[in-house]
Design a protein around this ligand. Structure first.
Ligand SMILES: C[S@@+](CC[C@H](N)C(=O)[O-])C[C@H]1O[C@@H](n2cnc3c(N)ncnc32)[C@H](O)[C@@H]1O
Length: 196
């Protein structure tokens, strides 16, 4: 018997993974000692990191609800992470109960824990793919079942929209931070667009 009897296929419990470290910071249980150690080392260097992660989740939920209030019914959440509180489908359904949400993540831990949970709900799904391969993301049969894409639409990371696309805010950095923000108070931006 190994020290990690329940490790899902493809998951290496001996090396920290960003998604499991993130899960630990948010109070989740889908992480291993190596992730917790890495997280604590990170926290020693960046003491505000947990506040920042929680603020990011709050922003995520508010942004999702705002988009839903504009009438957007289809969401692709790219870089979804592990299930947590107020996941995108839960946030948007407070506004639009019929909203459809497709999560995209390449991490096998997400596939193990988020996939079955979402599969039970006919209006959400998980696509296990790398966002650097837009063909794999947009060509996924599960995504196609839920999301109505116009012919010729391209997904160009970090963002090009279907009806509504939610992307990992951490991808949105200013191209020229000094020009964008001389106080250095904003390092991350987020953009949302809607196909006309
Ligand atoms: C820090 S988590 C963000 C989770 C959630 N979106 C949030 O904001 O709270 C970033 C996620 O992006 C995923 N990710 C990183 N690179 C990726 C890639 N190339 N393709 C798909 N997912 C990726 C990671 O597996 C991780 O789950």
């Amino acid at each position: 018997m190994t020290a990690f009897p329940d490790v899902p296929p493809g998951v290496d419990p001996t090396r920290p993974s960003p998604v499991r470290v993130h899960d630990y910071f948010l109070g989740g249980t889908h992480n291993y000692p190596v992730d917790r150690e890495a997280a604590e080392r990170l926290k020693a260097t960046v003491p505000d990191i947990v506040d920042a992660m929680l603020a990011n989740r709050g922003f995520h939920g508010r942004a999702a609800r705002w988009i839903a209030r504009q009438g957007v019914r289809q969401f692709i959440d790219i870089g979804a992470g592990l299930p947590t509180r107020n996941n995108t489908h839960e946030a948007v359904r407070r506004v639009l109960p019929e909203a459809r949400v497709v999560y995209v993540d390449h991490d096998p831990m997400v596939a193990a824990y988020s996939g079955p949970l979402l599969a039970a709900d006919g209006t959400t799904t998980l696509v296990t793919a790398d966002w650097r391969d837009p063909g794999a993301v947009l060509g996924d049969p599960g995504l196609r079942r839920l999301i109505d894409l116009a012919d010729g639409l391209e997904l160009v990371p970090p963002y090009t929209g279907a009806d509504g696309v939610m992307t990992y805010a951490g991808l949105w950095g200013a191209e020229d931070i000094e020009a964008a923000d001389t106080e250095g108070s904003r390092g991350i931006y987020c953009g949302v667009a809607r196909r006309p």
